[in-house]
Design a protein around this ligand. Sequence first.
Ligand SMILES: C[S@@+](CC[C@H](N)C(=O)[O-])C[C@H]1O[C@@H](n2cnc3c(N)ncnc32)[C@H](O)[C@@H]1O
Length: 359
Amino acid sequence: MLKLVVNQAVFNQTLVSKIPEWQDAQYLIAPPKISLEQCSSQITAEYKASKVNGNIGLDMTGGLGVDSYFFSKKFKNFFHNEINLNLSKIVKYNFEKLGIENVKFGIIKAEQYDFSGPIDFIYLDPARRDNANRKMVGLKDCLPNLLDIKEKLLLNAEIVMVKYSPMLDIKDSLSLLRHVNEVIVLAEKNEVKELVFILKKDLESDPIINCINLGSGQSEFCFRYSEENELNIAFKDPQGFLYEPNATIMKAGGFKSVSTGFNINKIASNSHLYSSEVCILDFPGRVFEIEVICDFDKKNIKKLLETDKANVAVRNFPYSPDEIKKQLGLKDGGDKYIFFTENQKKKKMVLICNKIQNT
Ligand SMILES: C[S@@+](CC[C@H](N)C(=O)[O-])C[C@H]1O[C@@H](n2cnc3c(N)ncnc32)[C@H](O)[C@@H]1O
């Protein structure tokens, strides 16, 4: 009994931050702990729902129903399918309380799903736990394994969208899935939460890669791997302003595309830091004004810094932030940001900066 009460309290509390649209609904039933942990957040679910619409949509791995709830607003009829009968009953009850009327519920194993006719959209968020409740990351370890049912799904739906762990390698996944039209690297406040792949019937070898940092106010950044591979960029020592791409671009690997896209110069091939003479404010990442550029000379750095508090960042540099802080007697915090890096000729450089824009 106590366990149930605690579970319900945790659920109610989690809704406030993760699914705020549900927080004021009366008497929603808490799902098992694992379903709450695995569900999408409102902000990511809403973004995915913004990409689709139509007559009939299906969520094959409905779970707690967060994704289904937001997708259902974009379709005339929507189906929530979930292999776990108890969970399906809870979601059906909760959707009634939430006033959702266009969703029907099924409890069919995705691999055995029979389609009575073509539909517009299928969504999957495969389970990433094995029978012993251990976390799995590999695309083929997820349940259901999309590779086993992909052809059938693409025969029956215009669009198949699948959500995977941000740990997955994007290029490996593309070569396994083969029909991917668009990849969305989806972050919430600079933490990559989901990799979303949109598949269509035709084979596609060069999908668009969409880097989206929700809750940041930053614009999205798109590129293709074909363009990224073709680009030849020049490396340049830092000038006036410093740029650090957000986590979605880092995850996607759009390192050369971001340089040409924003007309900023990469400092060195391995640093993933960029600079420009004029400040570019709509950059999707952190932006700093460089106050001083100096050599890696401890005495000089301490003199120039005039404080014992700073935010130390290391990119492509032989020492760790802790080693540097110890050597310079620095504490975390304050307004100054110091980047320790090497230029393309492997010269050590120290950039003392003021932050202009966060991720
Ligand atoms: C990650 S959760 C889905 C969460 C959901 N997107 C949400 O936002 O609440 C995956 C769900 O897939 C279900 N599942 C696992 N294997 C399945 C299968 N073969 N067919 C249908 N559902 C399955 C699990 O029971 C689990 O509830």
